[in-house]
Design a binder for this molecule. Structure first.
Ligand code: PEP
Ligand code: MG
Length: 324
């Protein structure tokens, strides 16, 4: 399976039974742009916009942001680029804006922060839309979505950005809007926000952390942090079923997207869009081209009967080995 993966670049990620899977890449630094393109990424599924903010020494201006975003959108056009608005706080501090909290992962993070600094959000949305002019391949995504009013308040700023830019005579297009499903409360909001969003994307890193109450960066509890925990798998199954039922496009952009064992299970659940580190794409594409969805579903059924993540992983690894 691991033989020469390079020739895969221009082949589709298609299962043996003809199911197409879209493979996109995660980025944040300009240096991450070409690895994805070289490996045939079909777009950017997660652009972590906090990364350019973190390497700066003060808040970048709208103009500076626009230049950075244009580099990314232009490099991928006409392929889609999903830009996540600023997701600072938690484990992602800004050197020039320290936040001190007892429980940063439960604190002022992601959309909670930018809704308190709507000028930062407005500037960022303006910069993204301006950068997308002529390419029109921008999608905008909200991190740490956990309650409906966050989406409504975001949409007000989003509409304001559009109105302002049009009033200024700038020829911008309205981007698609999506929310990340990474806080457990968001699971039960999917159907409630169905008509206000164009897509959802599962942040399995944070979803695992918050469902299991295990800090994703604490080595003392690292053995408890496992996305194969049956509760995480059941949550993922629910999200994917719900999205498919509502005809709402769904992707997954956490680490699971690049993990072969997880991919077998996610495809079995009905997921058809994955966004991962560029370096993982060839291996995952090769795996998908050896899979049959019915077989994956049998493996998922078996795995859901087990309760020990090591045994679950072993079961899927044995299946993958058997693919030849
Ligand atoms: C996630 O939480 O799974 C995710 C993709 O976002 P981040 O890792 O940047 O928090
Ligand atoms: Mg996250």
């Amino acid at each position: 399976l691991d033989a020469d993966l390079a020739p895969l670049k221009n082949l589709p990620a298609e299962t043996l039974d003809g199911e197409q899977v879209a493979l996109l890449t995660n980025t944040g630094l300009l240096a991450d742009i070409s690895p994805g393109l070289e490996r045939g990424a079909e777009g950017i599924g997660l652009y972590r916009s906090e990364i350019p903010f973190m390497v700066h020494h003060n808040f970048p201006t709208e103009e500076e942001q626009q230049i950075t975003y244009r580099g990314v959108l232009g490099a991928y056009a006409p392929k889609p680029v999903t830009m996540r608005i600023l997701d600072i706080g938690g484990d992602k501090p800004l050197p020039y804006f320290p936040i001190t909290e007892e429980n940063p992962f439960l604190g002022w993070r992601g959309i909670r922060f930018t809704l308190d600094y709507t000028n930062i959000m407005l500037e960022q949305l303006r910069a993204m839309m301006l950068a997308s002019r002529g390419h029109n391949n921008l999608k905008v995504m909200i991190p740490m979505f956990s309650r409906e009013d966050e989406l409504q308040r975001f949409l007000q700023i989003f509409e304001l950005a559009i109105t302002q830019l049009r009033d200024e005579g700038r020829d911008i297009q309205r981007p698609q809007v999506g929310v990340m499903i990474e806080v457990p409360s968001a699971l039960w909001l999917i159907s409630r926000v169905r008509d206000q969003v164009d897509f959802i994307s599962i942040g399995s890193n944070d979803l695992t952390q918050y469902l299991l109450a295990v800090d994703r960066n604490n080595s003392r509890v690292a053995s408890l942090y496992d996305s194969l925990h049956p509760s995480v798998l059941m949550a993922l199954k629910f999200i994917i079923m719900e999205a498919n039922r509502l005809k709402l496009p769904v992707s997954l952009c956490g680490e699971m997207a690049g993990d072969p064992v997880s991919v077998v299970l996610l495809l079995a659940m009905g997921l058809r869009q994955l966004s991962m580190s560029a370096y993982k794409i060839p291996r995952i594409k090769s795996l998908i081209r050896h899979l049959d969805i019915n077989d994956c579903q049998n493996v998922l059924d078996d795995v859901l009967k087990l309760s020990d993540e090591k045994l679950m992983r072993q079961r899927v690894e044995d299946f993958i080995k058997g693919l030849g």
